[in-house]
Design a protein around this ligand. Structure first.
Ligand SMILES: [Cu+2]
Length: 168
């Protein structure tokens, strides 16, 4: 009897765990996703967004992908000996309770092998992979200029991580 009860507890614990992780996932907020236009297919592009870590633990953004591009990399711009240089990073940390804005001249996602032109007003899905939280897919919009500060700071609740997105 004792053994059965222990087993039951383990089963219930196992079932509850995914819910805990899911709830936590809702505390990383991604908003204001936008991309620069790509006027010639095949040319690289850049994507930006605002990350807000509402949890009390640091989180790492590990990867970003979009079906529009063959490949996407996390990049950062850094001054080196007076020259602005761009380099790839394997992860970007968002401190506990912190906010990090990907923007021109700073952190950005570089997309390569863009299959078609990206024109202003066009929208496309963007998937972010985190170390601890579930993947998030949201819509990014192609814009000539960064969204107004008020828009960029607008907080959009994360979509549920159901793993699929709209196909147009
Ligand atoms: Cu870059």
């Amino acid at each position: 009897m004792q053994k059965i009860r222990l087993l039951l507890l383990m089963v219930v614990g196992g079932l509850l765990m995914p819910f805990g992780v899911h709830a936590e996932g809702e505390n990383i907020v991604v908003s204001g996703a936008w991309a620069r236009p790509v006027l010639v297919a095949g040319r690289p592009g850049a994507v930006y967004f605002d990350l807000h870590n509402q949890t009390n633990m640091p989180e790492q953004l590990l990867a970003v992908s979009t079906p529009l591009a063959g490949r996407a990399e996390l990049h950062v711009h850094k001054m080196e000996n007076g020259v602005m240089k761009m380099r790839q990073v394997t992860a970007v940390e968002i401190p506990a309770g912190g906010r990090l804005t990907f923007q021109p001249g700073g952190y950005h996602v570089m997309i390569f092998d863009v299959k078609d032109k990206l024109l202003p007003g066009q929208k496309f899905p963007l998937t972010l992979t985190f170390e601890k939280h579930a993947q998030v897919t949201l819509e990014a919009e192609v814009m000539m200029n960064p969204p107004a500060a008020s828009e960029a700071q607008g907080i959009t609740p994360l979509p549920h991580q159901d793993g699929h997105h709209k196909h147009h």
